[in-house]
Design a protein around this ligand. Sequence first.
Ligand code: CO
Ligand code: CO
Length: 352
Amino acid sequence: MSEVDTVRLTQLAKRAGCAAKQPPGYLLPLLGKLPVVIDPNVLVGSSTADDAAIYKLTDDLALVLTTDFFTPIVDRPYDFGAVAAANALSDVYAMGGKPLTALNLVGFPDQKLGVEVLAEILRGAADKAAEAGISIVGGHTIKSEEPIFGLCVVGTVHPQKALTNSGARQGDLLILTKPIGLGIITTAAKNGEDSLGAIQEAIGVMTTLNRVAAEVLGQFDVHALTDVTGFGLLGHLRNMTAASSVSATIWADAVPVLPASREYLKAGIAPGGTHANLRFLVDWVAFDPGITKEQQLLLCDAQTSGGLLASVPASLAEETVAALRRAGVGAATLVGEISKADGTAIRVLPTR
Ligand code: CO
Ligand code: CO
């Protein structure tokens, strides 16, 4: 067996995947102090905490620009590359865009790991990019203490068809396209506590491109779109409510969940990033008294390569979910609704 088969990449990382990203409470005030972007071609910049930037080239063509990288979320180098690539590509889909090409971003501890491990990470990413219909055309590599990998992705979108997180309207219903609980399961696996053997299912979810979901959603009148990653379902929904000047309700029992994550939560397993998300969100979210602390954490669980969260007109919602499921997006579910802004960003009710 070579190192590629035996290495446990997660053991080299203190924090894993999108749970390693700085919490919103840390980042948002900092971004607010940066110079205001005045370039008129910047249609979406950092001020709305959206998935990617949109830069207008002509009246009917804009670039979608995004980057995402992190430390190992899974042990096998090939899987790490594939998960990181699917996760980075997702932010282009979450803007209604089509990826064009990408660059690798790499930090690698070449004293600790053989070069064949890096080759496998890059192969996993290249295969995932190929599945998305694009090539990775270059990159940059530095020496680092922990492995770090991700992509910078460029895509295109029609300037008027970009799906931002700022278009949600009162009366919309919310659709989520992948189950949550990925952060909890990957943390259990990293700690050697994945007693239910849930990591393979989690890897399957994380390596599933949001491409098909985005293509189906693109056929409907979607008002707002984002993807659920490091800030968790409630964190990304909070960004959507803030950008759209609306409030939202989530029906806890409707949210698709990877079953093992509930069991691991009972055993106290959750990533630090998930706890940080909940601490940040207490100022924004009103939990019904019937929502347990474990359910609260689950709804804030830091996802890596999670699903799309779409705000769609109520009249089209059932039809949109049915179309998603027909196309193979089996987890697609109505999880909540949008209402008029009333000072509480999100209400979480036990049921609809
Ligand atoms: Co995103
Ligand atoms: Co992102």
